[in-house]
Write a protein of this length. Structure first.
Length: 629
């Protein structure tokens, strides 16, 4: 392997061609001068030695000058090319967008270009050059070369919140004297870093709220779950907004986005900065609160979250109340997988939504209920084929004499193991498995068939009404309208004798579409009624907007403790409101004589409840009689 001196000489010969001997000789003159002085020779001696060498160099140069004209021409051409190349590379060096600096073996800055000074402030230049000097000093000559280039990123904080990222590359250069110099290259990569950070943020955060997204939350949950084995407990909350579609349908999706962002801010403000808040999508959120071990603490946090989220919002200057349901679960050693925590929090959330309690802490009872729900869900898939569904009818009667003016058709499920199951249990499951429309169409056909038989039993009562309670999922079914028309006409039932009931909560979902469908039903002659009136957000708006025949006061306002009225002011207001709009009113849940008397006194004429008859199959149905009179 050649020495460094031999390598350098070969490089000079390769680069400078015919002029190489002269340049090498000149270098030798200079080197001899320095060496003699370092060895302590007198100035005179040094001059004599150098002069002798200079004469030799002069002879060489003279010999070159005395060379034939063609050779001199070639040498001049080479010299011109070299000067041109040097000028070209000098221009490139100075005009480069990358910053360059050269530090010699002694640590002195030999040269830097304009970009180096533009990219870095003076203090930053010194920090970079300090690194370059350390790199040069730490290297051995044999380590120099292109394959021994070090790269690193450096961050500098400037005035205010400005941050500058620098890509720094340092290469060692072997000198002919055995020392090592260093060349550094700097590039401003701030824009690239910001872009990478933004991409990373977008990959782990929700675009609308800026909260963590589901994958990011699940990753953090996994970390927290692993930490839990080190006795680091936590609580997990799963939140879903109730009837959020109302906001989108009434105010538009932009307003809905505003509400979602405000909910995110309220959730963030409800916990500490060390806790994790995420949006899973739509109107679903999750919160992970660390350091929670006791259930009473978790319940207190859930209450705070619920209270903060349910404060009415201002949307386009109008107050909008949004309710929320939370399920919460505490970490414990009985869990073997983090996803089981999410599952149980989701189960508890559904329980809170079902009983309208706001929030529910998961326990073993919910686990049992959830298992039963999965079993029922499976049984539903074949229940229709096994003819396990049937229809019962509850009378709607006049308050003064108790005579029936119509019947509401209600669906029941005769489960082979669990007996009769009520709609409140299986209807949500029907919606979940996608059978709600199929079962709903069957019920309409069956109810019309049996109602026709009932009318035959009472030929003196052609004015009897059939009330069909329809979910919004059934209403939106493509075949609903056609199926209803076919079921009534084939059984010779006039459309005027059929009342289509839809819950007020159902009216909130896709309001414009609901209005259009109800409008078409009205043109066919069907009567319209809003069930559970007073439980929604915009009861008055419906009375103004829709051509309704009647409304039903929700039983929660009527049936109170001890047989009294649960909320007399609300019931009075609703009766007065309906009367002012010329809309009929039906009081649900009337079970006692006291309730009947109150309703008669305030002008309510029609009611439904156990006082007038329980829901019964067609074969068991009898003319209702007044009780207590």
């Amino acid at each position: 392997m050649s020495s460094n001196g031999e390598t350098s000489t070969a490089n000079v010969a390769r680069l400078f061609g015919a002029a190489a001997p002269v340049l090498i000789a000149a270098a030798a003159v200079a080197a001899l001068w320095v060496s003699l002085l370092r060895l302590g020779a007198s100035s005179v001696g040094a001059v004599a030695a150098v002069a002798a060498l200079a004469l030799a160099v002069a002879a060489i140069v003279r010999g070159r000058r005395d060379a034939p004209p063609d050779e001199r021409s070639a040498r001049l051409q080479v010299d011109g090319d070299l000067r041109m190349r040097e000028a070209r590379y000098r221009t490139i060096f100075e005009a480069a967008e990358l910053g360059f600096a050269v530090v010699d073996a002694a640590g002195n800055l030999v040269e830097s270009n304009i970009a180096f000074e533009r990219i870095l402030l003076p203090a930053e230049q010194q920090k970079i050059l300090s690194e370059v000097r350390e790199t040069a000093a730490a290297g051995e000559p044999e380590q120099a070369g292109e394959d021994n280039c070090e790269r690193r990123h450096r961050r500098f904080f400037r005035t205010g919140s400005d941050v500058v990222w620098i890509d720094l590359a340092i290469a060692r250069i072997a000198n002919v004297d055995g020392t090592v110099s260093a060349l550094c290259m700097v590039q401003d990569i701030t824009a690239r870093k910001k872009s990478e950070e933004q991409l990373g943020f977008e990959a782990t955060h929700d675009a609308l709220t800026g909260l963590a997204n589901r994958p990011s939350f699940e990753a953090q949950l996994r970390i927290a779950f692993e930490d839990e084995t080190e006795r680091a407990p936590f609580a997990l909350f799963f939140l879903d907004l109730d009837k959020f579609k109302y906001v989108n349908d009434t105010f538009g999706h932009q307003a809905g986005d505003t509400v979602i962002k405000l909910v995110g801010k309220r959730l963030r403000a409800s916990v500490s900065s060390n806790d994790l808040v995420a949006r899973f999508g739509g109107d679903e959120f999750a919160v992970l609160v660390r350091g929670v071990e006791r259930s009473d603490v978790a319940v207190g946090i859930a209450e705070r979250i619920h209270n903060n989220v349910t404060v009415p919002f201002k949307v386009e200057g109008r107050p909008v109340a949004i309710n929320a349901s939370l399920g919460l679960v505490l970490s414990s050693t009985r869990y073997s997988r983090p996803e089981d925590l999410l599952r149980d929090a989701d189960t508890a959330m559904f329980a809170a939504k079902s009983n309208r309690s706001g929030f529910v802490l998961f326990d073993a009872a919910h686990q049992i209920v959830d298992g039963e729900r999965l079993e029922l869900q499976s049984d539903l898939l074949t229940a229709l084929q096994r003819k396990e569904f049937y229809v019962v009818y509850q009378p709607i009667a006049r308050l003064d004499d108790g005579a029936a003016i119509g019947y509401e058709a209600l669906l029941r499920w005769a489960h082979p193991k669990q007996g009769t199951i009520m709609p409140g249990v299986f209807v949500p499951l029907l919606e979940l498995v996608g059978l709600i429309q199929t079962i709903g169409q069957w019920m309409v056909r069956q109810a019309c068939l049996e109602f026709a038989a009932l009318r035959e039993r009472h030929p003196d009562r052609p004015d009897l009404f059939l009330h069909l309670n329809v979910s919004v999922h059934e209403l939106f079914a493509r075949e609903f309208e056609r199926n209803l028309l076919l079921a009534t006409s084939s059984n010779h039932i006039a459309s005027e004798n059929v009342v289509v009931e839809i819950t007020e909560s159902g009216m909130l979902e896709n309001g414009e579409r609901t209005d259009n469908i109800l409008g078409r039903l009205r043109t066919h002659g069907f009567r319209l009624c809003i069930d559970d009136f007073g439980t929604g957000y915009s009861s008055l708006e419906y009375l103004q907007r829709l051509d309704l025949d009647s409304i039903k006061i929700d039983r929660s306002f009527v049936s109170g403790e001890g047989g009294g009225i649960a909320s007399e002011p609300i019931v009075k207001t609703l009766v007065t409101l309906a009367d002012s709009f010329g809309v009929g009113i039906v009081a649900e849940g009337v079970e006692t004589q006291e309730q009947r008397d109150f309703l008669l006194a305030i002008g309510c004429k029609i009611a439904q409840g156990y006082l007038f008859g329980r829901p019964e199959r067609l074969a068991d149905l009898t003319e209702p009689r007044t009780r207590g009179r």
